[in-house]
Design a protein around this ligand. Structure first.
Ligand code: HSE
Length: 429
């Protein structure tokens, strides 16, 4: 029987889950796939963590050099996170002829072109299903099952922490700060939640997924980003009244005018399947020219769901003779002449803290009209003036318009400075 040795770099939550899956399923993989997959080496500074997981003492390596020179290791699994030393370790593994499986979205997003070039040169595989959406098999679905399509859009809830926070805020009416503290206590949010709540984590994942979908590198620097820290319970409540649910969306669209890529909070209609993706669950909604709409749903993080994606890559690598690379010219930048659209179009929800006096609404709509923005809906609640310090919440939902027009109108209203304030601008998808 073919023997395949694995080394795991980092025995944190995901590394530990991966170790357990491989060891607990070893006999099953032998029977079903005809390969004997075993963990032959681990690189983990906390020796007691490795021992606690049941790793044989002789298999705890003390350096990446030791892992790379181990002839029993065929595949190196990198689950350390961050750019360095992960990048040097991955390049060292590739350089010594090992295939690599990684869950490191930041590393893959920023350096996939470099890693892939090295993997091609050394004729080894480079697998990254676990970089995006944990246990949800979106990368292989795009590479294999859906490869006959030209994708026109990809829309996802691809960060579990923010989806958990927004779901709890929507269900209980609590503030962002309250729910974040609770999420940290429960271990859903990191002690430093910046990468999740400010949208960087989703940006890295969208860069990887949209590059695959649109067949050109989508540098993460081209992705518009806005986090969830400014979302208020008041906007969530108005959204509900309007038939919307708030989500942090990652959106990629590819059309004849170019590519648009963005991560920001958005109101999603209650009729859209993404609106019912709650708590820490993730989903990716793809539109292809042949398949039309497909939604993949599941757990986007955690030891076993992410471990499932990693072990899937290990088995694929162990059972397929050909190596796997991106199906596009993976360079540092997008293909020449790729146009990135920044002036998005869509419907906008705008909440004002408005002076409740004659003519205020007509002044606002006059500014909207100046920038060609058509108003679709207006809500004003005079009875909750007290919570707005004498001002009333006034909501305007526009017809489809452009980002530039909305920004200009908002700037003009702010400049006008006669008491009415712009309190929130949320895109509606
Ligand atoms: N921090 C990520 C999330 C999980 O909250 O979805 C790992 O990608």
């Amino acid at each position: 029987m073919k023997k395949v040795g694995v080394a795991i770099l980092g025995l944190g939550v995901v590394g530990g889950g991966t170790y357990k899956i491989i060891t607990e399923h070893r006999e099953f993989y032998k029977q079903v796939y005809g390969v004997d997959i075993s963990v032959e080496s681990v690189l983990e500074l906390r020796r007691e963590r490795a021992l606690e997981l049941g790793v044989d003492e002789n298999k705890i390596a003390s350096s990446i050099g030791e892992v790379c020179s181990n002839p029993d290791v065929d595949i190196v699994v990198e689950v350390m996170g961050g750019v360095e030393p992960a990048k040097s370790f991955v390049l060292a593994a590739i350089g010594s002829g090992k295939s690599v499986v990684t869950s490191n979205k930041e590393l893959f997003c920023k350096y996939s072109h470099e890693l892939e070039k090295a993997a091609r040169h050394n004729k080894v595989g480079l697998f990254y299903e676990a970089t995006c959406v944990g246990g949800v098999p979106v990368i292989r679905a795009m590479l294999d099952n859906l490869q006959g399509n030209r994708f026109t859009s990809i829309t996802g809830i691809i960060n579990g922490t923010t989806n958990y926070i927004l779901t709890k805020m929507s269900n209980g009416g609590a503030s962002y700060d309250q729910v974040l503290k609770e999420a940290q206590k429960l271990g859903y949010a990191e002690a430093d939640p910046t990468s999740d709540v400010e949208g960087y984590d989703a940006v890295y994942k969208l860069s990887i997924l949209s590059s695959l979908a649109f067949h050109t590198k989508i540098p993460y620097t081209e992705i518009y980003r806005e986090g969830i820290t400014e979302i208020s319970p008041l906007d969530i409540a108005y959204g509900k009244r309007l038939g919307y649910v708030i989500k942090l969306l990652a959106i990629g669209r590819c059309g004849k005018n170019g590519i648009e890529v963005r991560v920001h909070p958005a109101f999603v209609s209650k009729d859209h399947p993404l609106s019912s993706v709650n708590d820490s669950f993730n989903a990716v909604y793809l539109t292809g020219d042949s398949v039309e709409d497909v939604m993949l749903y599941g757990r986007g993080a955690g030891a076993y769901p992410t471990g499932s994606a990693i072990v899937g890559d290990i088995i694929y690598c162990a059972t397929h003779p050909q190596h796997r690379y991106s199906p596009f010219d993976n360079t540092e930048k997008a293909k020449p002449n790729t146009k990135f659209i920044k002036n998005f179009s869509g419907v906008y929800y705008i909440r004002f803290k408005a002076e409740d006096r004659a003519g205020e609404l007509s002044k606002l709509t006059a500014i909207f009209s100046k920038y060609g923005i058509s108003v679709a809906q207006v809500i004003q609640d005079s009875d909750i003036a007290d919570i707005q310090k004498g001002k009333v919440p006034l909501i305007i939902v526009t017809h489809s318009t452009h980002e530039d027009a909305v920004n200009k109108a908002v700037a003009a209203i702010k400049k006008d400075n006669r008491g009415t304030e712009v309190a929130a601008v949320i895109r509606v998808i």
